[in-house]
Write a protein that binds this ligand. Structure first.
Ligand SMILES: [Zn+2]
Length: 292
């Protein structure tokens, strides 16, 4: 009998312990949950809805709206409807003056979109997490619109490089047609309105730049180019020796055989980064520039 009573008491004691442990676990998990909620709420972005006094706006909506607004600002400022700073509008520039602590340079690609080459350049840029600027030719966009869409989708800036890439004199109506038609087709395929123009061949006096200037577009020349023919080493060395903060590097993704450039590009990117350069788009470079 005694033995049986003892066993019952022992069993009861075990039950009490189990109950106590269960309660403790329950309470601590509730406490943990409460403190996690506090952290989660503290981490949420500021309440956008507070400004609008919208009673139906939930916390999640506010975060979503804030994210959309941020993307929208970024798009408007840097890409989709980019308006260059006023002091650059209607100007021709070959590089900008940066504040002393900034070491940025812009890679630019001309004459595309072009089969194979543009896609390969985009792959290289993506692999190195670099955004560049593509000055595109209207008649090429008409042939390879999907490549231009990819350029836009992958976060690069887009500039106008005329419709026919002609070096000859353009009377005003022809200049307007060359530039306007290209702008329209860029916008049609990407939604981007560009105010950046690069004259074919760098010719400043054949009528195209006169029209771009009248339209308050920025004409972008360059500080260093890829035309040094020979081998990959020479191309890379030429770019690196002439690179400087606020500079613009002219390269080509279209218009011919660009094998040398494809081979040189990864080295150029890697070396510029090693030298402490930040690789930016033309809109970013213009925004970083000193105003005086
Ligand atoms: Zn060109």
């Amino acid at each position: 009998m005694l033995g049986k009573n003892l066993r019952v008491r022992v069993a009861n004691r075990q039950y009490v312990w189990l109950l106590a442990t269960g309660l403790l676990l329950g309470i601590s998990s509730l406490l943990l949950q409460a403190s996690w909620n506090q952290v989660a709420i503290a981490d949420l972005p500021p309440k956008v809805g507070a400004e609008t006094n919208d009673p139906l706006l939930t916390e999640a909506d506010a975060g979503f709206r804030l994210a959309l607004k941020t993307l929208d600002d970024l798009d408007r400022k840097q890409r989709r409807h980019y308006q260059p700073p006023q002091h650059f509008q209607g100007q021709t520039i070959n590089g900008v003056k940066l504040p002393p602590h900034q070491k940025a340079i812009a890679l630019t690609f001309d004459d595309g979109p072009w089969p194979q080459t543009t896609a390969t350049m985009l792959d290289i840029l993506k692999e190195h997490d670099v955004a560049a600027t593509f000055f595109v030719v209207g008649s090429n966009i008409a042939r390879f619109p999907d490549l231009l869409k990819r350029v836009a989708q992958e976060g690069h800036a887009i500039g106008n490089h005329s419709w026919n890439h002609g070096y000859h004199y353009h009377h005003p109506a022809l200049a307007q047609r060359e530039i306007q038609r290209t702008s329209e087709v860029i916008e049609k395929h990407t939604g981007f309105k560009t105010s950046l123009f690069r004259p074919p061949g760098g010719y400043l006096k054949n009528g195209l730049v006169a029209y771009a200037r009248a339209q308050k577009q920025v004409t972008l020349m360059w500080t260093v180019d890829d035309t040094y023919s020979g081998n990959v080493d020479k191309v890379v060395t030429n770019v690196l020796e002439n690179a400087k903060p606020g500079g613009i590097v002219l390269m080509h993704d279209g218009g011919g055989d660009r094998k040398l450039m494809i081979q040189a590009l990864p080295h150029i990117i890697t070396q510029l980064k090693l030298e402490g350069y930040q690789l930016v788009t033309i809109p970013q470079l213009l925004e970083m520039a000193e105003t005086k």
